[in-house]
Design a protein around this ligand. Structure first.
Ligand code: ATP
Length: 239
């Protein structure tokens, strides 16, 4: 696909696919076009997708609204970790239930492989959140807020979970906790598309990886293959 912000041509003939049930990483330097790719898939506008298509489970979803796309089972956890700072962890999770029930009443024409998790299931994935259930979200650590943002996404019916830089600003041992949680989510069969600056951490959990540079894919292959490709790593990832 080709995507633009106004006149700026950002994604240039970018082509990728994510297999059902896999963890796929999209890597690349600052400004390479990673977030733009996720927003294009999620139907967030801007950017404008002017050429090419986004398809999900065989349907063309290119011109659908974000609400429509989310009701088809695609959830995006943006870099900003959207949580309600003045509400407790539990209240944040409860609000996601409200949103989900509302979207169910609107009705949809597809069956979901991964219906939204209950609060109990979310707490199994993130025991830390249960410990902090009554704490205000705004007072959680960065890692805990990331867990809450992911947890809120999982309360929606999610067949494809897209995570934009989930490790950003987190200390190594917290990265490990978030990593374990992502692995647990993947074990449930939920497909994951992970955008990361931290290529080493992403390669640890991804089955396959794409590297994007200046809006185009410059590498596609298995994580092992990328690990062994010193030229691509040095040139585009700086690792
Ligand atoms: N709203 C916008 N309007 C105009 N240009 C934008 C907008 N958002 C992003 N861009 C530009 O699009 C290009 C790709 O940005 P994008 O956010 O997709 O990069 P990224 O790979 O996610 O980088 P980072 O890792 O720094 O988040 C950059 O040159 C950026 O300046």
């Amino acid at each position: 696909m080709d995507a633009y912000y106004g006149q700026s041509h950002i994604l240039r003939d970018l082509s990728m696919h994510v297999e059902e049930g896999e963890v796929c990483a999209l890597l690349g330097r600052n400004g390479a076009g990673k977030t733009t790719t996720l927003r294009s898939i999620a139907g967030a506008r801007p950017p404008d997708v002017r050429e090419g298509t986004v398809s999900f489970k065989g349907r063309n979803v290119t011109d659908r609204s974000t609400e429509d796309i989310s009701s088809l089972g695609i959830s995006l956890v943006p870099e900003e970790r959207r949580v309600f700072p003045n509400l407790s962890v539990e209240e944040n999770l409860h609000l996601s239930d409200v949103a989900r029930n509302w979207s169910n009443t609107v009705g949809r024409d597809v069956s979901m492989d991964h219906p939204g998790m209950s609060t109990e299931e979310v707490y199994e994935v993130f025991p830390r959140l249960e410990e902090r259930a009554s704490q205000k979200a705004g007072t959680l650590s960065g890692g805990e807020q990331q867990m809450l943002a992911i947890a809120r996404a999982l309360k929606q019916d999610t067949d494809l979970l897209m995570l934009d830089e989930p490790y950003e600003g987190l200390a190594p041992q917290i990265i490990q906790t978030v990593e374990n949680a992502i692995e647990r989510i993947a074990e449930t069969g939920t497909t994951i598309l992970l955008v990361e600056q931290n290529a080493v951490a992403a390669m640890n959990i991804a089955d396959r990886a794409y590297v994007v540079d200046q809006g185009s894919i410059v590498f596609a292959g298995g994580s092992e293959e990328l690990r062994g490709d010193e030229e691509i790593r040095e040139r585009y990832l700086g690792v």
